[in-house]
Design a protein around this ligand. Sequence first.
Ligand code: PMP
Length: 282
Amino acid sequence: MSRIVYVNGEFLSEENAKISVFDRGFLFADGIYEVTTILEGRLIENAPHLARLARSAKELNIELPLPIEKIEEAMRLLLEKNNVQEGALYLQVTRGPADRDFAFPKEAKPSLVMFTQKKNLINNKSVVNGISVRSVPDIRWARRDIKTTQLLAASLAKQSALDAGADDAWLVEDGFVTEGSSNNAYIFTKEGVLVTRQLGNEILHGITRSAILKLVKQGNIKLEERPFTLQEAHSAQEAFVSSATTFIWSVVKIDGNIIGSGEPGPVAKKLRRIYIDEVLAR
Ligand code: PMP
């Protein structure tokens, strides 16, 4: 059965969902996006995702085509029409179609597109096995805090990791890990300190990161928000990543070095469990 896709106010079958070749999302990657998790048929943490969308739009001077409440309404309708119990809802706003020109066109009307994807998020083999990562230079632009659709650097990083037999890439800049190709990165050191990079323009301000750090601060784990090196990661007790659709996945191997026991560790497992319980209880 074909999905129903949202395109600029219309709910269409995916075969009929179309965008102009002049859309600046297509020509310039002049667009922003969000991925909201769906669990038990509900949108998870949608308010912070929409707040980040509004911030990304503001930073790029893109006018959202609808007020946030109307976007949220359309998301719920799309979810209902596709009857997704577990997976994700992808939402993209671009500056819209206009004759090709680097300068922002005055007449362009922003495009809004959304679709759903069914996925097993809770029962996933990466939860049981953990993942392996390969480090690659972080060649992305300098405003990674803005969630833009220009994802080629991240895509190249991920593909080079896959080609080398790993599951994902960790991006390294000036000797320090910034984040994963599509997730935030953490280590739990031998001294019992959870370390993850501080917020700034160098990383995406993950919605899951924010919720996890709130849980960490409520518990008794010591937290340091600072850059860490690959050498520190190699000797950590545990390493893991977070994102909306993975929640937390343990990283059990970095560039061939086994981390801790080589299996998902207790800190990542516990944080994953309490994070999922907490968002479902809301
Ligand atoms: N960093 C990057 C580069 C990402 O692409 C993502 C996923 N969108 C994240 C971090 C995690 O963010 P979130 O928890 O909001 O999914």
